[in-house]
Design a protein around this ligand. Structure first.
Ligand code: 5GP
Length: 209
């Protein structure tokens, strides 16, 4: 069957572990992860071209003007965008691509790619979320509070997603499996297997005589 070619959007509250989950799921199941561009500065340990393409505001807006992103959004005072070339190339060659993006971007993707699978990642409770943001130790309390405020707004968008998956502390494997199973199930939908079905029909005809 046609296994791939899916566009998978993974969103979730800040601190929920989207970054780790998407990196690990790519390693384990062989999906491709799109590397976004951003105007925010790198956190310790982040590398240009690996976590993000770190751009100045001018560079980012130049790329917007050249239609270089399939979507972009502003999030807590910075711009974030999904480079067009990588995603289009992977999808054209029938491979699965994961976008780890926030809610406005997810909705923009669903408009352009109605078959995209939108998955929202959450923690079991709001207290868990706050604890994880503090535990990460990379942001000031002001930034953490901005991100928690933003989470209240983001929760209003969950209804636009196709699936919600819980990332429970210490159970990342289960979370990855849940996501992989969703993708596999979506891929076996008849409308997504039209090429496979057409090939099968042709083959069956050769046995007709
Ligand atoms: P962070 O600064 O924590 O890495 O990311 C902040 C938010 O921006 C996260 O919710 C992340 O998913 C989102 N984000 C990362 N890249 C993109 C992108 O290319 N487009 C959009 N719309 N959001 C993104």
């Amino acid at each position: 069957m046609d296994r791939n070619g899916s566009l998978i959007v993974l969103s979730g509250f800040s601190g929920v572990g989207k970054g780790t989950v998407s990196k690990e799921i790519v390693k384990k199941y062989g999906y491709h992860l799109s590397v976004s561009a951003t105007t925010r500065g790198p956190r310790p340990g982040e590398e240009h071209g690996r976590e993000y393409f770190f751009l100045s505001k001018e560079e980012f807006l130049d790329s917007v003007a050249q239609n270089g992103f399939i979507e972009y959004a502003q999030y807590v005072n910075n711009y974030y965008g999904t480079p067009r070339k990588f995603v289009e190339e992977k999808l054209e060659s029938g491979q699965g691509v994961i976008l780890e993006i926030e809610v406005q971007g997810a909705l923009a993707i669903k408009e352009q790619y109605p078959d995209a699978i939108l998955i929202f990642l959450t923690a079991p409770t709001a207290a868990d979320l706050k604890e994880r943001l503090i535990g990460r130790g990379s942001e000031t309390m002001d930034v953490i509070n901005d991100r928690l405020k933003r989470a209240v707004e983001e929760a209003e968008f969950i209804d636009h997603y196709d699936y919600i998956v819980c990332n429970e502390t210490g159970k990342i494997e289960k979370c990855m499996e849940d996501i992989h199973n969703i993708i596999e199930t979506e891929n076996t939908k008849v409308r997504k297997q039209q090429n496979f079905i057409a090939g099968l029909k042709e083959e069956l005809k050769t046995y007709e005589q």
